[in-house]
Design a protein around this ligand. Structure first.
Ligand SMILES: [Zn+2]
Ligand SMILES: [Zn+2]
Length: 207
């Protein structure tokens, strides 16, 4: 949406595609929440230990509640991916001028309370019903446009960013300033398509 993009948290480790096993554990345990933690690698597991001590169901998130107020570091429930959605373990999330417009109240009627952030790179750790575009462990990008109706004239013409019912990540949908985010798989990008030349050492986020 914007030209100004400030990014990123960098990660040196290559993605280990073996470690995402959310589907298998879903079958074994019947517990999506357990699958979230078990699908992550060792460093992630260490990071999550503090959360596990509090509750298996919580994640850290930075929460916006009103313009002019600092974001609150909070423990929120890990989102349950709904039909067609992915649950993504956030590895990095850019800070964009649009985020600042949300926080300043320039963009009106945000979801409240809200987890901002729409330039997300992470790994798929769980699937909602019918979501099968990306395997567990796949690195994906989650952009600003998070949902559209799929039926209006704009959507049918491939101009879904003009959909009157569109929802936006980090504005009318919770975004990436959190350990996990749920996202409609139709709007997620395969990471290797985003900027392949930087894939060894850098994350690059969709806008
Ligand atoms: Zn539409
Ligand atoms: Zn942006």
């Amino acid at each position: 949406m914007n030209r100004l993009v400030l990014v990123l948290v960098l990660e040196d480790k290559p993605l280990n595609r073996e470690r995402g096993r959310g589907r298998r554990r879903d079958q074994n345990t019947g517990s999506g929440k357990e699958a979230v933690f078990e699908a992550c690698d060792a460093s992630t597991a260490r990071l999550d230990e503090s959360h596990r001590a509090k509750s298996n169901f919580l994640m850290r998130a930075m929460v916006f509640s009103e313009p002019g107020r600092l974001l609150d570091e909070s423990d929120l429930s890990i989102p349950e991916p709904q039909r067609g959605q992915l649950l993504v373990r956030v590895r990095a999330c850019g800070v964009c001028r649009t985020d600042l417009h949300v926080l300043d109240g320039d963009l009106v009627r945000p979801k409240l309370p809200l987890v901002p952030g729409h330039e997300i790179v992470g790994e798929v750790v769980q699937h909602g019903e019918g979501a099968e575009r990306f395997a567990a462990g796949t690195r994906v990008g989650i952009p600003w446009l998070g949902w559209t109706c799929g039926e209006c004239s704009f959507c049918r013409a491939g101009r879904e960013n003009l959909c009157a019912q569109a929802r936006f990540t980090g504005y009318t949908l919770d975004g990436g300033y959190a350990d996990y985010v749920s996202a409609d798989e139709r709007f997620a990008f395969p990471y290797l398509i985003i900027i392949p030349t930087l894939r060894r050492r850098r994350c690059s986020a969709p806008d």
